[in-house]
Design a protein around this ligand. Sequence first.
Ligand code: DGY
Length: 321
Amino acid sequence: ARPTVWVSQPLIDAAIVPLRDRVQLRTTDTVTAWSPQQIAAQLADVDGAIITLNERIGAAQVADAAQLQVIANVGVGYNNLDVDALSAAGILASNTPDVLTETTADLGFALLMATARRITESERWLREGQWGQWSFQTMLGADIHGSTLGILGMGRIGQGIARRGAHGFGMKVLYHNRSRLPADVEAALGATYVGLDTLLAQSDHLLTVLPYSAASHHIIDAAALAKMKPSATLVNIARGGIVDELALADALANGRLAAAGLDVYEGEPNVRPELLALRNIVLTPHIGSASLATRTAMVQMAVDNLLAGLGLDGSPSHMPS
Ligand code: DGY
């Protein structure tokens, strides 16, 4: 019999349809907030699953999943998966790196520019009818070109942002990462390695682009924010838990940080009222990789990983290590 595969959310049909010849698919037409118990029930009788960051999967979700061989996560971040519990259960897990790098770096830059140049704040003000007469003093923001860009987390996406900053905007690029990049890579990017405290103190704009884990939880907390310039901007495109949102809201409300741009939140899809109340913040709904081409490529990669994991095609690739 053909293997059975659960696809947890509506994805990109064109990339899913070819699977119909190979496996028996269980799909859904509507975006669904699956409960932990519902996820366990869905996984109980399938051989594979294609899932998104909405589905948190650990030991409890796979306890009854006797046939489950592979979980293909459509996304590069996989903190929604308890990879240790899955390996203990003999289940392969995969993610979708590389294909979304440039699109997500684009969004990081878009959010940086919107934040520093007060784009959404300006638009709200205009739409509210507050633009009486052109004024020299309206919506003064911070320069991007020639400023110091700090990047926390220098993986694929961080490097994409570094290239944009150094080569496109003439920025001085500083970065901090668990490990330092080889000198030739640093030189090609135009990026300089510094300690975390130096990064916080010297950045005019700081972008957080690191994986979320216990080690990176609230790495940007009140103490870290206090080390930043009051004129600085902070942009988070990684995972919400990287930033202590209440400490951030407090810094933004009290002039200890100029502005912030967030694409990710601690309690998605809920956004804290303390953030929503602020004028000097740009908020987007986790759209880092959301171009049609990239979302299609992500699903195609997840499909390839799934087929490889089911032993139907090629060899498994892109398994998180
Ligand atoms: C990712 O790829 O990690 C994005 O956050 C979407 O899942």
